[in-house]
Design a protein around this ligand. Structure first.
Ligand code: SF4
Length: 364
């Protein structure tokens, strides 16, 4: 079924938008969780929170958000910060391009817009990393402008309420939901309306077993009336994640320093730091010392195997065999650098390499 916008509007013939808005907004005002980014509606604070909340759960984001706002409390502070410090503050949150894009966009706001986050669709939408969802969230929450902010959560909730059966895994489906929100959104309080939909998706209209008996908009919900709420939304399965095996080496010199290197500026985990990693489909454990000498110009002796590390990214899985080695020859590596164990805290490491670091520190 291909739902055109006219068909969507037909769904509103039997639907009381006013009552729906009242029920949703009243519930939100009474039940909303107290979250740090709701303390005020400063556009920069809203912006940072929305970027952090992409692909990351609220509970995980809260401590990162506090730390980030302490470290970079203003647009100016973030614009002037060193990128490595920003990545360090983001360390552990994943999807590091979010942090880099945020800082680039904030720098543009500082220079082009005199430090004030633009309050219109066009200018805001041109900033790096500000997609339709983030744009709508900033405009509605910080500026009270009625714009849709549609993410997977909102699509799930509205697919049930309006009985929309389009595949939400397809990018173009978002347009249908944006059109629905444009029709439904409160002109008086778009901030509470959009946040109410998000909060409903987080607390009541959850992916599995939605709590329909507690739902403030149950009487407006088409899926509930038909008892098919758990069959919606329609979402086709994405591609299966590919597993990549690696060998990672923690090489220690006689001063007790560890060899680390910075990842390339582009691509996955760009510019973060790591222990050297070899593709385990090309290098075996027996060949590791030879590979290391070729790559880093340093001779090592493999001492022991540590706990393996597994990390699931959105589209790939790393399975890392971790080895501890001592350096037997070579003071200055061709690539990377030796740093003391204490100094490793000053470098941003992605989560899989933080797990390796933890093992090293525990075994000290
Ligand atoms: S009634 Fe159930 S399915 Fe419908 S919006 Fe409420 S929680 Fe979701």
């Amino acid at each position: 079924m291909n739902l055109e916008i006219d068909d969507l509007y037909n769904k509103f013939q039997q639907f009381s938008i006013d009552l729906f808005q009242d029920d949703l907004i009243n519930w939100f005002q009474q039940e909303k969780r107290s979250l740090p980014w709701r303390e005020n509606q400063d556009p920069y604070r809203v912006w940072v929170s929305e970027i952090m909340l992409q692909q990351t759960k609220v509970d995980t984001v809260i401590p990162f958000y506090h730390r980030f706002m302490e470290r970079f409390p203003t647009i100016q502070a973030l614009a002037e910060a060193d990128e490595q410090d920003v990545l360090k503050a983001w360390e552990g949150l994943g999807y590091y391009s979010r942090a880099r894009n945020l800082q680039n966009a904030v720098r543009e706001v500082a220079t082009v817009y005199d430090g004030k986050v633009p309050a219109n669709v066009e200018e805001l939408g041109e900033l790096k990393g500000v997609g339709p969802y983030t744009k709508g969230a900033i405009l509605s929450i910080a500026y009270g402008i009625p714009q849709p902010a549609v993410d997977g959560n909102v699509m799930r909730v509205l697919s049930r309420i309006l009985f929309i059966t389009e595949d939400i895994a397809k990018p173009k489906t978002r347009k249908i939901f944006e059109a629905a929100v444009e029709k439904m959104i409160s002109q008086e309080d778009p901030s509470s309306f959009n946040q109410g939909l998000m909060e409903l998706g987080a607390l009541i209209c959850t992916p599995k077993k939605p709590a329909c008996m507690l739902c403030p908009v149950q009487e407006h919900c088409a899926a509930f009336k038909q008892g098919i709420q758990e069959e919606l939304p329609i979402k086709s399965k994405g591609k299966k994640q590919r597993t990549i095996p690696y060998l990672s080496v923690v090489a220690e010199n006689e001063k007790g320093e560890l060899l680390i290197e910075q990842r390339p500026e582009e691509g996955l985990l760009a510019s973060l730091w790591q222990f050297p990693m070899a593709d385990a489909t090309e290098v075996t454990i027996e060949q590791l010392a030879y590979w290391f000498k070729l790559e880093y110009g340093v001779e090592i002796k493999v001492e022991e195997t540590l706990m393996p590390v597994r990390h699931v990214f959105s589209h790939i899985i790393w399975e890392v065999i971790v080895l501890r080695a001592t350096v037997v020859d070579g003071e200055v590596p061709d690539k990377g650098q030796f740093v003391s164990r204490e100094d490793t805290v000053n470098y941003p490491f992605p989560v899989p390499h933080q797990k390796i670091l933890q093992q090293i520190h525990v075994s000290e």
